[in-house]
Write a protein that binds this ligand. Structure first.
Ligand SMILES: [Zn+2]
Length: 390
């Protein structure tokens, strides 16, 4: 026994000695922590549903910016745009499933469906304080969304985008949709902006606004900044206000995978044993091949770094902010389930409902979000060339 133990440690030592360098990514992924992730989600839920065009939405943006700065992502910026709330006569506000955008057609759903829709009835929120917080309506006018950038040491002119949407609807706390994704972006910003971490390429952390009204915040960003990509400004400064887009990784509803509803229309009480992270690209887009390649890179990072849940790749990315990028750059979304086949057929009973509350999710649910964070961080750290400085 003793002899073989010595032999094994000698072999391990030799392996390291002869060029087998330790994985530079794993120490970064190890900095993710379930309690921190949960605390960040909880922090966001203090602003209720964070509906776009309200004071609680603006307060949440201020809070997000303060968090990013405290993590060392000090170069925060705000994209400003105008949004006009549609009147009921023209349709739109408060109707449908939100997140409208390109690429939602052509998915045939099968199996048992549960109920879906957006709750617009304040009285369905039994918590009076939360109901009062969520009462002021969305008002037309100026909107803002916050982002900050880890600047690459070798290629500051190129970047990956890590994103989620900070606005919600439904008279709850928008805990799963989408504080769960917003907290992933904030956690990755925290880890990659530690002073001892450097990346060769830039990484931008963006918290979209107006997703629930139809991905209007992401559309405003694309329209304002698409043509600025890769341009040095001012000339000779070494500064690139909009590094060239290399990939967009969106996170939207990260916690709840309790399976297909039963005959009673209700999904299971617990996270199902087959729960997984769904990585989607859009097959009907101009960058489908590049997006599929990015999806498989995140899948590979999941296999290497995720601690509890596996990942799956599917071709139906839809109804979230990354769809606004899908014809320009490799674009994917990570979710608890496929948006069209699963969430769209009622697999998540809290979706856009007053019950989308922090207290309605268990650690098994939160861990699915953490595993998505491990997958994205592993992939982005590798793609952007991240390492802890020696
Ligand atoms: Zn969402």
């Amino acid at each position: 026994m003793r002899c073989s133990a010595v032999l094994i440690s000698a072999v391990t030592f030799a392996g390291l000695a002869f060029g087998q360098t330790p994985d530079p990514i794993k120490p970064l992924v190890d900095r993710l922590d379930l309690e921190r992730y949960k605390a960040t989600i909880k922090g966001l839920t203090q602003f209720g549903d964070r509906r776009q065009g309200t004071e609680r939405n603006r307060a949440a943006n201020d809070w997000i910016e303060t968090q990013l700065k405290s993590y060392g992502c000090g170069n925060t910026e705000r994209l400003t745009y105008d949004y006009q709330v549609p009147t009921p006569a023209t349709g739109g506000a408060g109707r449908g499933s939100g997140g409208r955008g390109p690429g939602r057609a052509g998915v045939r759903t099968k199996g048992v469906r549960g109920p879906t829709g957006v709750n617009n009835d304040p009285m369905k929120q039994r918590d009076e304080k939360l109901r009062a917080l969520n009462t002021p309506p969305s008002v037309s006018g100026e909107r803002q969304e916050v982002y900050c950038t880890k600047i690459g040491t070798k290629h500051p002119e190129e970047m990956y985008v890590v994103s989620a949407h900070m606005d919600g609807i439904g008279w709850g706390e928008a805990a799963n949709d989408d504080a769960s994704g917003t907290a992933i972006v904030l956690e990755l910003a925290r880890i990659l902006n530690s002073p001892e971490v450097e990346t060769e390429r830039s990484v931008r952390f963006i918290l979209w606004n107006n997703e629930e009204s139809g991905t209007n915040g992401a559309l405003a960003y694309v329209n304002q900044r698409k043509d600025l990509q890769g341009k040095e400004d001012p000339a000779g400064s070494g500064k690139y206000p909009e590094p060239k887009w290399l990939g967009v990784i969106q996170h939207d509803m990260m916690l709840f995978d309790h399976g297909m509803p039963g005959k009673d229309g209700k999904p299971g009480k617990d996270q199902r044993v087959e729960a997984d992270v769904n990585i989607e690209f859009q097959a009907n887009s101009k960058m489908a091949a590049e997006s599929a390649a990015l999806a498989w890179q995140v899948h590979a990072a999941n296999e290497k770094y995720a601690t509890e849940y596996p990942a799956n790749v599917g071709p139906h990315m839809s109804n979230t902010d990354s769809a606004r990028f899908q014809d320009f750059v490799a674009s994917i979304s990570l979710r608890e389930n496929e948006r069209m086949l699963h969430i769209g057929t009622g697999w998540d009973p809290h979706w856009h409902q007053p019950t989308d509350l922090f207290v309605n999710f268990t650690d098994a649910d939160f861990k699915l979000g953490l595993n998505a964070a491990q997958s994205t961080l592993g992939a982005v750290a590798q793609l952007a060339g991240a390492r802890v400085k020696p």
